[in-house]
Design a protein around this ligand. Structure first.
Ligand code: PLP
Length: 382
């Protein structure tokens, strides 16, 4: 399964160029030579204008190419559509968690449940995959097909509602039952598949979409997933880190498709001299909704560098979500609990040098009532 995600040589070259541009912070003007094509592609991925020789100076800074324009917030919070509410309301908040770490090792949570459709990080990819699709097929009337563990499904259901598309979603049987109702309310058609992981039936969804004339967006392999996090999530976090004058030493994030953590890795390892990236996966043989073990197959993590992958059990994930709720007053999802558990393990193991650490919290806890009610009695017994 994993091998299918590793072999895209073109992507590897574009990411090398993007990394170089981020590191140098400057770009020479382009004169249309064949080798400029990769630079143009990398600039588009980063959300920059292309500096053409004759029109632009011989060399431009990223700022001159509009690098930060994507992530300038609408401060009055008035939006002309619910789609704008998503992408013009970024950045999502970055908040200090005073109950974790200490005065020297400080934890900050990036709250992705401030996204409006799925209350999760997946709104970003749902929006961008559809946006990229519509750039290729403007005005098309489409049916979207996707394998999802709920959040991407909610984001796509929202995009379907906004654009007038049918949305057909496939969920593994291991996911909480409430998801069927939530997704149906949002107008999607839902089917359960007798498998435990979404990644196990990507090919089935692909075949069905072809057969029925639908479009399979495929969050697991669609580079708009990685791309939206590079162009928006990473850039906005960079601005937040700079404006709060943080001494950023590490980012801790869950691995599902690996989209968000891989993009954060490419960005921060290129722009900053010493930021460590910590991935989080479920312990062998266990399930934590939204995240998976690396060996079950994920794409972008193979194109970037991750310093350490930490295993977390579902009990630890729930216990830490509960801890965050009871000490910080925010109800976070199970993968956020897993990210917190990983941070605490690294901290108590003395593995974190002094400085600031960002914990990416992918979603809110309201979807996980079933898991909370299963594990709470076990946690209370301890
Ligand atoms: N946490 C939750 C709740 C998710 O839904 C997901 C993705 O499905 C993730 C974490 C992992 O994010 P990514 O797919 O960017 O690796």
């Amino acid at each position: 399964m994993d091998a299918r995600f590793r072999g895209d040589e073109h992507l590897r070259r574009v990411l090398e160029v993007a990394s170089r541009i981020l590191r140098e912070g400057r770009v020479k003007c382009l004169s249309g030579r064949p080798e400029d094509a990769l630079v143009e592609e990398a600039l588009a991925m980063l959300g920059c204008r292309v500096p053409r020789c004759g029109e632009a100076p011989a060399e431009c800074s990223l700022e001159e190419l509009g690098f930060y324009e994507d992530v300038s917030p609408s401060t009055l919070r008035v939006f002309n559509s619910t789609e704008e509410l998503l992408y013009k309301n970024w950045p999502t908040p970055l908040v200090r968690l005073n109950s974790l770490g200490d005065g020297k090792v400080r934890a900050w949570a990036k709250l992705e449940f401030f996204n409006p459709f799925s209350m999760s990080v997946k709104d970003r990819i749902g929006w961008y995959m559809v946006k990229k699709l519509l750039e290729k097929h403007p005005g098309a009337s489409l049916a979207l097909y996707e394998a999802t563990s709920t959040n991407t499904g909610m984001a796509l259901a929202a995009m379907g509602a906004i654009k007038g598309f049918r949305v057909k979603l496939f969920l593994p049987e291991t996911i909480q039952k409430a998801s069927d109702t939530l997704l149906s309310v949002m107008g999607a058609e839902v089917r359960r598949v007798p498998k435990s992981l979404t990644v196990e039936f990507i090919d089935d969804v692909e075949h069905l979409a072809k057969e029925e004339g639908g479009v399979h967006l495929n969050q697991f392999e669609n580079d708009a997933n990685f791309g939206v996090h590079l162009r928006y999530t990473a850039k906005e976090l960079d601005l937040q880190v700079r404006s709060a004058k943080l001494n950023l030493r590490g980012i801790v994030g869950g691995l599902g498709t690996s989209g968000h953590l891989s993009a954060l890795s490419l960005y921060f390892k290129s722009r900053y001299s010493d930021v460590k990236i910590y991935g989080v996966q479920p312990a062998p043989g266990t399930v934590i909704p939204g995240i998976r073990r690396v060996e079950t197959g994920m794409k972008w993590v193979h194109y970037v560098s991750v310093d350490k992958v930490v295993d977390v059990t579902p009990e630890e994930a729930v216990a830490h979500a509960v801890k965050v709720a009871r000490r910080e007053g925010i109800l976070v999802g199970l993968s956020s609990g897993a990210v917190t558990a990983a941070f605490e393990a690294l901290y108590s193991g003395g593995e974190l040098p002094e400085g600031d650490y960002v914990l990416v919290y992918p979603d809110h806890g309201f979807k996980y009532v079933e898991q909370f009610s299963k594990y709470l009695p076990i946690i209370h017994q301890r």
